[in-house]
Design a protein around this ligand. Structure first.
Ligand SMILES: Nc1ncnc2c1ncn2[C@@H]1O[C@H](COP(=O)(O)OP(=O)(O)OP(=O)(O)O)[C@@H](O)[C@H]1O
Length: 655
């Protein structure tokens, strides 16, 4: 039985409901070692027949039997494998892949063999040497002459050690000298025991073979042996395998590198979208934590500030949030008694209750220097010792001065610690006077002067008031909750506390203020994120358009890869990996840029805020990469499917 048998092959093209029969019952037998030329009129169906033999055309009637096995044209995987290991194609227009070097063009076939990397490169170099191109391996196809390109194509066709070589007008574009050289190569391939089938119009090519088959009107009308065939090859040295995924990724990298500047622009465009997302996220984080920091530096956020309940006076315009900014209640509200303090202490989740005193128009006198404070409060559990920049918190007979107040008394404010100062103010028509030691200086770095930290020891203040005959009752209370989570519960319980059916207290907490501010910040971040999303959509469109353009401009390459045995999945993977690489590169550049510019901006703003306003978290970076990869996958989805579903014959015919 012959190595290759064609039985009753019929093929017709259908256009506009019309049928054009091209092959009308072809029966042929071929042996290994033959160099067969197929001659015939133009348009007679020679290329159509070659596509059927080569496993590219699936839409015909009849049987193709190779080495005793009938080819199943409905089994795509079997056809992929057949093209990969049994057939090598040589075309009139060479069909090399322009963005791959000469060596890589040959390796495309070798990558689908089980040879290891060193062996693959060695075999590619050996084949290039056989066709006389040992020194051209690093060049790209555009740098070669027509004859050289055809020899690269021959080396590639031989790479997978196939038993059948199909050459469609292999010398059609070559001069006489190159024609002779290519014919000699084809003859040497037949001499290796392979079956060479060449489609030609040229009598010179036909005469170089061992047999001429002539086609006329879709049938074989002459079959003429010219000389003896060579002895057939017995074993195939190489085993084929499916293309490993890593090769697709590497090819994708090579293509991206080949069109570096074009791809760099696409990456830049995509980067802008991703960069805005990561930056706006960073700003959102920074501003939120800045506000958090600002607010908590004014007072302890676990504190609930309590005063006696008075019916609200309309149009005063002070929201509970604003009230929370002040750690003490107004001096005009009724005072709290020790019973009140005990009641508050008994409320669930209350850790401690401290009285709050606020006195107004307080004169401070040190030597001959005097200054007047609008208010003076007592040091209690709402006071933050972290704000002390010098000295310690006030014990009995002591007070702490705010840096701003200290400066009014002495330019050398640091030296005030340890000095004794005279404090006097009017209360209930009486003058209260006492002398206290300055135990420390406080400065709330980030409060932007929103609070005055000058505070006196509670007992010292009470003693002074009592001594002057003033009723030393607190204006309010400062209630410390056991944890941040309990602050609202404590506040609610205090506000709900009644006596004889009447509400007793007004409680405010910073948390609600923080919450309000955070809501605004989140809103602003969402608006920024929406703006960023618009640029992301533009980025996504850019990748999609690019991928579509890439597929359209590489139709021929897709045909070549399919003819060499790559599967639909391999083609899909190639385009998907290119898109993913663009996505990855964009996300990396965007992250780098955001970190770099963020650091610069933070340094620049350090003097104003002494706080990092742009805070990019690992979560933001991960989110950016996820978005980038999702965009890339989305962008690749349609184009890569389109590429994979192309008919390889039509793809090969593309210009
Ligand atoms: N995809 C197609 N759709 C419709 N008709 C086609 C298609 N491909 C080929 N044909 C027609 O089938 C016939 C045979 O084409 P084919 O390319 O096989 O001839 P050929 O013998 O190789 O010609 P040439 O020697 O000029 O290359 C031609 O009439 C051609 O117009």
């Amino acid at each position: 039985m012959s190595y290759l048998t064609l039985r009753d092959i019929h093929k017709a093209y259908h256009l506009d409901k019309q049928t054009f029969p091209v092959l009308k019952g072809i029966d042929l037998d071929f042996e290994l070692g033959e160099f067969v030329s197929i001659l015939g009129e133009s348009g007679g169906g020679k290329s159509t027949l070659m596509n059927i033999i080569g496993g590219l055309d699936r839409d015909f009637e009849g049987q193709v039997v190779v080495d005793g096995q009938t080819l199943d044209h409905h089994n795509e995987k079997a056809l992929d494998a057949y093209r990969r290991e049994t057939v090598g194609y040589i075309y009139q227009s060479y069909n090399l892949i322009n963005h791959l070097s000469v060596l890589d063009n040959v390796l495309v076939s070798l990558d689908m063999t089980t040879l290891n990397k060193t062996q693959r490169i060695a075999r590619a170099e050996e084949l290039l040497a056989q066709v006389g191109l040992a020194d051209q391996a690093k060049k790209y196809p555009n740098h070669l002459s027509g004859g050289q390109k055809q020899r690269v194509a021959i080396a590639r066709a031989l790479a997978s050690d196939p038993k059948i070589i199909i050459a469609d007008e292999p010398t059609g574009a070559l001069d006489a000298q190159n024609t002779q050289e290519v014919l000699a190569l084809l003859d040497s391939i037949a001499a290796q025991g392979r079956l060479v089938i060449a489609v030609t119009h040229s009598q010179i090519v036909a005469d170089a073979g061992t047999r001429i088959v002539h086609m006329e009107n879709g049938q074989i009308d002459q079959d003429t042996p010219l000389r003896d065939a060579y002895s057939p090859m017995t074993t195939q040295a190489l085993t084929s395998r499916k293309l490993p995924a890593a090769v697709s990724y590497k090819t994708a990298v090579k293509h991206l590198r080949f069109n570096f500047w074009r791809n760099a622009l696409i990456v830049l465009g995509t980067t802008i979208g991703l960069f805005s997302v990561i930056l706006f996220n960073g700003i959102g984080n920074g501003v939120t934590s800045y506000i958090d920091h600002q607010v908590t530096s004014i007072s302890n956020p676990k504190i609930v500030t309590v005063s006696s309940y008075t019916k609200p006076v309309k149009a005063v315009g002070s929201s509970s949030a604003m009230a929370a900014m002040s750690t003490t209640a107004s001096t005009s509200t009724p005072k709290l008694s020790s019973t009140d303090l005990a009641t508050l202490k008994n409320i669930k989740h209350v850790a401690s209750v401290d009285p709050s005193y606020t006195v107004s128009a307080v004169d401070l006198k040190l030597g001959r220097k005097t200054t007047t404070l609008s208010t003076l409060k007592n040091w209690n559990n709402a006071s933050n010792a972290d704000n002390l920049i010098k000295g310690s918190k006030p014990s009995s007979g002591e007070m702490v001065l705010d840096k701003a107040d200290a400066k009014k008394i002495s330019s050398n404010w640091k030296a005030l610690v340890g000095k004794t100062i005279k404090v006097s103010f009017k209360s209930q028509t009486k003058t209260v006077t006492t002398s206290v030691k300055i135990s420390g200086i406080a400065n709330a770095k980030n409060s932007m002067g929103m609070t005055d930290l000058t505070a006196i020891n509670t007992q010292t203040l009470k003693n002074a008031e009592t001594k002057a005959g003033v009723n030393a009752q607190p204006n309010g209370a400062s209630v410390l909750a056991t944890s941040m989570n309990q602050v609202n519960a404590v506040k609610k319980a205090i506000n709900n506390s009644t006596q004889n059916g009447k509400r007793q207290y007004t409680a405010t907490a910073l948390t609600s203020f923080i919450k309000t501010v955070k809501t605004y910040v989140n809103l602003a971040s969402t608006v920024l994120a929406a703006i960023a999303s618009i640029s992301l959509v533009v980025s996504a469109l850019m990748i999609i358009v690019t991928m579509f353009m890439s597929v359209s401009s590489r139709v021929k390459e897709i045909g070549i890869l399919r003819a060499l045995g790559q599967s639909k999945q391999d083609i899909r993977r190639l385009f998907t990996s290119e898109s993913l690489l663009i996505g990855l590169a964009s996300a990396s550049v965007a992250t780098g840029l955001a970190y770099g510019l963020g650091a610069l901006a933070n340094t620049a703003m350090q003097s104003m805020t002494s706080f990092n306003i742009i805070q990019i978290t690992a979560g933001n970076v991960i989110e950016t990469f996820v978005i980038a990869l999702a965009i890339a996958l989305l962008a690749a989805w349609m184009p890569s499917r389109r590429a994979a579903s192309m008919n390889p014959i039509d793809a090969l015919a593309a210009e």
